[in-house]
Design a protein around this ligand. Structure first.
Ligand SMILES: *Cc1c(COP(=O)(O)O)cnc(C)c1O
Length: 457
């Protein structure tokens, strides 16, 4: 498989080059030359395959020229000691993507990427510098994924005061090869600084530089795995049981009436994806093209509604981002849109994706209602998605397909928003220990020289 820049199809590179470079030299994002398809044998047995088997079948065609099958197998086993259960809640499913170490879905991409980088850099003696901008959860997942990985140094830029105390400790509490940089500005400022560093040829001559944002193709591809795994199960009328860290507000596990209400549904699945930079949704599109039984998607955003408006009007107007309670989605100019637009026409996108945006007061009300009615606790991002489904149901825009809402973070990660509206949230083990860490970060204004002065070069 060869990879091209979204801006230029004349030059291609391998997966490892695309992954290590992050952004293409012309400023575009890497995309595969085509999206491979699952074999019929795989498509027909998805419902009985394990998460790791599906991960292997999904990722292999994208990477096999650079990574032999045994290496890929080991890498997947080490990256995914957790899974993504699809549990019934009322008459839909919640796809819980927060059972990894940082309790957010970005663990799926970041853990694969860190291991792939480390493999591709084996035998090199020059340190690889990774520069990443985060609106909250990326930083934690990337920091955790790369912490202690030899030969790699990571600098995480985050908007000061706009991430939660827990997120800040996940980013800035590790130390070692992880450097935290608190920028006085928005996520878009952080992203701009990273882009500026990448387009600085002098800097790139001096050091080996790479990115770890959701623009990185090695993070994107593994995110297709949980769509296929969930779609395979749900399309066949199956679902999963709660795990110990599933956020039910009482000790009662999933009520039997929710299981039976949902088991009547089968066939291709509609996924509702709470979106910011649109890496997650793009990965869903890949899973669908590969042949997973997916009906389509709902792109749910907070008030940063650039993509829902594009889907509605056909005009793309990026904006400044606005701060909300679902802060990992505060993105006014989503970078993965460039991939979507290059790979799918407007007509195709509007057939496959319905857009919907939800404001903060509706998000809070949804957290409260879902807790009161179903004893299930959503985080603000998952609540945006749940609420988007409600909206489309009320407009009679949904048919009888199984609907899965992606819960992208554990509610305990956003307890300062969730607890005031629905009371105490059980805290998973992994998060309890993070709160004890001390924040160590460099504070800088949003300009390039300030950034260079704190990079560990
Ligand atoms: C990053 C993030 C999102 C947005 O995902 P994108 O791939 O950027 O669209 C949604 N929810 C949570 C909790 C996140 O961390």
């Amino acid at each position: 498989m060869r990879y091209f820049s979204t801006r230029d199809r004349s030059e291609s590179c391998s997966f490892s080059a695309a992954a290590l470079r992050g952004l293409a030299p012309d400023g575009g994002l890497y995309i595969p030359e085509r999206i491979p398809e699952y074999s019929a044998a795989v498509r027909n047995s998805l419902q009985s395959m394990s998460f790791m088997e599906i991960a292997y079948e999904t990722i292999r065609p994208y990477v096999h020229e650079n990574m032999n099958d045994g290496v890929l197998q080991d890498l997947i086993e080490s990256a995914y000691p957790f899974t993504a259960p699809a549990v019934p809640v009322d008459s839909r499913f919640v796809l819980e993507l927060f059972h990894g170490p940082t309790a957010a879905f970005k663990d799926f991409g970041a853990r694969f990427m860190a291991r792939a980088f480390s493999y591709f850099r084996r035998g090199e003696d020059k340190t690889l510098h990774i520069l990443v901008a985060t609106s909250g959860d990326t930083g934690g997942a990337v920091a955790d994924g790369f912490f202690g990985v030899e030969g790699i140094s990571v600098s995480v830029l985050y908007p000061r005061g706009r991430v939660s105390p827990l997120q800040e400790r996940q980013i800035a509490g590790l130390g070692g090869n992880i450097h935290a940089i608190a920028v006085d500005g928005s996520f878009d400022d952080c992203q701009r600084l990273v882009k500026e560093a990448f387009s600085d040829n002098d800097l790139r001559k001096r050091i080996a530089l790479s990115s770890a944002n959701s623009i990185n193709v090695s993070r994107l591809i593994p995110q297709a795995v949980y769509y296929t795994a969930a779609a395979g199960k749900l399309a066949a009328g199956n679902s999963d049981k709660d795990l110990p860290a599933s956020p039910r507000s009482s000790s009662a596990a999933c009520p039997p009436e929710d299981v039976s209400r949902n088991s009547a549904k089968s066939g291709p699945v509609l996924f509702c994806v709470p979106s910011g930079n649109f890496g997650n949704l793009t990965a869903g599109l890949y899973a669908r093209e590969m042949g997973a039984p997916i009906r389509g998607f709902i792109a749910a955003t907070n008030i940063n509604r650039t993509v829902p408006e594009y889907l509605e009007k056909g005009v793309y107007e990026p904006r400044e981002s606005i701060a909300t309670i679902s802060n990992a989605m505060d993105v006014g100019a989503p970078s993965n849109f460039e991939r979507m637009k290059t790979q799918w026409s407007y007509e195709r996108m509007s057939q496959l994706i319905k857009g919907c945006w939800i404001d903060d007061s509706e998000t809070r009300k949804t957290i409260q209602d879902v807790k009161n009615n179903y004893s299930y606790i959503l985080d603000p991002h998952g609540a945006v998605a749940w609420s988007a489904v409600d909206r489309l149901v009320s407009k009679a825009e949904l048919d009888n397909s199984p609907v899965a809402v992606l819960a992208t973070a554990h509610p305990a990660k956003f307890s300062e928003t969730v607890e005031p509206v629905c009371g105490p949230v059980p805290v998973p083990e992994s998060l309890a220990s993070v709160m004890k860490r001390k924040v160590q970060s460099h504070r800088i204004p949003a300009d390039r020289d300030a950034l260079y002065s704190v990079l560990p070069l």
